[in-house]
Design a protein. Structure first.
Lengths: 157, 157
DNA sequence: GATCATAATGAGAGTAAGTATCATTCGCAC
DNA sequence: GTGCGAATGATACTTACTCTCATTATGATC
């Protein structure tokens, strides 16, 4: 298990709840018990999770509510949806609740791990993307840079 | 409509068919009439397309066969599947049938446009990704660098 | 703390992208 | 031309996700 900046970049639980509450309030959403438990399930995972992951980790949560609330959290900028091609979408905290990072996506098992690149490269990427976006009349919101391959568990087969 | 290197980076139709035929043969697949028409529909689009795009453009093709054949083409390295979160997956020719590029993904309408970055930046990205992949015991196959935002048609709203 | 308007919940029905099935047809080798 | 295995395509199926709606929780106001 590689130790990444992931662990360090997390807010404390109380800070996280405060930040989430603020963002939900800004969109006129309530921070209910179910949403709090959902946020804690994602926090506890420490990596991108699918709906089944969440329901297993927090059996009291109804799948339909989890789907609905993941949508609410995404709309409020609390959570990002990662659609990497597997059966399920993955969810993780959005910036700046989790600092800017990218993903190692395993083409075999579908697992997703967070990785961090140095700021200089990120800046170059943003500059280049801004340039090509400008040419296309495209308004950038965020970029995603994922590495697809085989995770340590699945081997290089 | 922005003019990109997209148009220039395409092979001629006959070269494309030859390359596809080779790749299919290498995987013991036949290059049938239906697969040929599918390839031509993707070529004619000149950008990533969904299954409905293909079926509309080539009404003679049966959806079930198109799905199956897109799978065959993906397995043979002819086509890449892009899952960007919309309702449908997008398909386009894989490298080197189409030269290495990235995507502008519209968060409103879901459309995907190809863009090209300079080789120096690509090299830096690859170096950095190789480094973090190595630390995680991850075997890289390819990277995807997509810019999410709003396309010229959807505005900055 | 009680009341109330409104939002959230959750069980289940519904939707639709994509896959599996299988009898028929096609393509290639001989 | 014959024959065998692969490809086709209509259809049934699977399943991730969404919608519905009666019930319940939430937070503001008194």
């Amino acid at each position: 298990m590689t130790r990444s900046r992931n662990t360090d970049s997390r807010l404390s639980t109380s800070d996280l709840h405060a930040a989430v509450s603020l963002r939900l309030a800004h969109h006129d959403y309530r921070y209910t018990q179910g949403r709090r438990r959902l946020v804690e399930a994602i926090l506890a995972a420490g990596q991108p999770v699918t709906l089944p992951d969440i329901v297993v980790a927090a059996p009291g949560l109804a799948p339909s509510s989890v789907y609905r609330n993941l949508d609410v959290l995404e709309r409020s900028g609390v959570v990002n949806r990662i659609t990497a091609g597997g059966d399920h979408a993955y969810f993780e905290f959005a910036e700046p609740l989790l600092s800017h990072h990218h993903h190692l996506v395993c083409v075999d098992c579908g697992s997703i791990e967070d990785v961090y690149l140095d700021d200089e490269l990120e800046a170059s990427v943003d500059r280049s993307l801004a340039e090509v976006a400008g040419r296309a009349g495209f308004t950038p919101l965020r970029h995603s840079l994922d590495l697809h391959g085989r995770c340590a568990g699945c081997g290089s087969g």
